[in-house]
Design a protein around this ligand. Structure first.
Ligand code: HEM
Length: 151
């Protein structure tokens, strides 16, 4: 076929099965994490797992089910209720690193996926407070990243 449409990254790395494996492995780590596990509002991590899978599939060119069911991702806003400090970020990334390794992707694909996850996780940090239940724990927006240098 000469008129073939180039594969999306989603397809290149194995489609739905690959994303399910990635997110399953990631949540096995989260379930054992004493800092991250209590952050999840639902005892059952199944629905959170589903949301992350759908989001990542959509981001990489797969089905757009995430936006159809959840609307615009607005991930920073959706993480605002949670206390994402550097420790939480590093734990999130450590579990994701194990999960990415389990996929055994070709080096270029692995680097592409990992670079994105690394950047996204750094962008999600919303407080530098060491403890607490959320970025607003010390008052309205207390502890969150300042929006303006003067605040
Ligand atoms: C940096 C550390 C992070 C922490 C501690 C964290 C924690 C959480 C928590 C507690 C939830 C709520 C669970 C739920 O109900 O779905 C959540 C949701 C979610 N997170 Fe994260 N997250 C982090 C980074 C990321 C990154 C880097 C991404 C994307 C690459 C991401 C994607 C999502 C998505 C898609 C949802 C569901 C949003 C929705 O539709 O409601 N998270 N996260």
């Amino acid at each position: 076929m000469t008129d073939a449409v180039p594969l999306s990254f989603y397809e290149e790395i194995g489609g739905h099965d690959t994303f399910v494996r990635l997110v399953d492995a990631f949540y096995r780590g989260v379930a054992e994490d004493e800092v991250l596990k209590p952050m999840y509002p639902e005892e059952d991590l199944g629905p959170a797992k589903e949301r992350l899978t759908l989001f990542l599939e959509q981001y990489w060119g797969g089905p757009t089910t995430y936006s159809e069911t959840r609307g615009h991702p607005r991930l920073r806003m959706r993480h605002a209720p949670f206390h994402v400090n550097p420790d939480a970020r590093d734990r999130w990334l450590a579990h994701m690193r194990v999960a990415v390794d389990e996929l055994e992707l070709p080096p270029l694909h692995e680097a592409t996926l990992w670079d994105y996850l690394l950047r996204a996780a750094h962008a999600m940090v919303n407080t530098f407070e060491p403890t607490g239940i959320g970025p607003t724990s010390s008052g309205r927006d207390g502890g969150s990243l300042p929006l303006h240098p003067s605040t």
